[in-house]
Ligand binder design. Structure first.
Ligand code: NI
Length: 249
């Protein structure tokens, strides 16, 4: 179930039997010569959407712009400052909490978001600790899960792509987007075949080190068929991970 396709009465009914929600969170940023700008949005969104439909779990609208300053030398990238992103995450969580949600599972698609999401969680808990008269603890729980680190998925992707998986514009994430949007498949010859590795700093430095946008990867290995396998495994893994999150004490 997706929040934006429900009425307010539907949400009230959902809250009668669950206080949990999954929030896909990503980034709109370049993904090399054959990857979509929405790759980090599409991966968590499509995994969550499919899992939510099977398990009757509510999926929030996708938080679709993240921390991508290092990709700003490539056309189309949109970034938030970490402070802006933290403020927006806090407003999303506080809005949903106001309606009765208590369990917030963020399914993330972009490594560059991780420190900022964790910092936003720290602010949310600090807000409760500083304001609360009730010493029994925050009545809400936030959880961050990167989709590629869902149990079993990292190993699966490394087996599929023993060479050229890399760190940005990876064949696994591009495969997932090709499965979701087969019309996006592009046949591009990568030069060099496997992109260089290196540190991430500012946008100009990034473009000098990684001229076509990739880091360590060969996304020409991406296919719709492999994307389907990664999707099926990710949906199953998310289902287990989300249930464990709801049941954790
Ligand atoms: Ni990505």
């Amino acid at each position: 179930m997706q929040l934006h396709l429900m009425t307010w009465q539907d949400v009230e009914s959902y809250l009668q039997h669950s206080k949990g929600i999954i929030i896909p969170i990503g980034s709109t940023e370049q993904h090399g010569p054959n990857g979509l700008l929405g790759t980090d949005v599409i991966c968590p969104e499509e995994i969550a959407k499919r899992m939510g439909a099977e398990d009757d779990v509510l999926i929030a609208p996708t938080f679709n712009v993240g921390c991508a300053q290092h990709h700003m030398a490539f056309a189309g990238t949109i970034t938030l400052r970490p402070s802006t992103m933290m403020a927006a995450i806090m407003d999303w969580v506080n809005s949903l909490y106001k309606h009765g949600f208590t369990h917030f599972y963020f399914l993330n698609g972009h490594g560059g978001n991780v420190p900022t999401i964790n910092a936003a969680f720290a602010e949310i808990y600090a807000q409760w600790s500083l304001d609360a008269n009730d010493p029994s603890g925050a009545p809400l729980t936030c959880y961050l899960q990167n989709w590629w680190e869902l149990p079993g998925i990292f190993d699966l992707c490394n087996k599929m792509f023993p060479q050229g998986h890399g760190a940005h514009a990876t064949p696994s994430e591009v495969s997932l987007t090709y499965y979701a949007y087969p019309e996006a498949v592009k046949d591009v010859t990568m030069t060099p075949k496997i992109a260089p590795n290196g540190p991430i700093k500012d946008a100009e430095d990034y473009k000098r080190r990684f001229p076509d946008g990739r880091i360590g990867s060969d996304p020409s290995l991406a296919t719709v068929e492999l994307g389907e396998k990664i999707m099926d495994a990710s949906v199953k893994s998310l289902s287990k991970s989300y249930k464990a999150f709801l049941n954790a004490r």
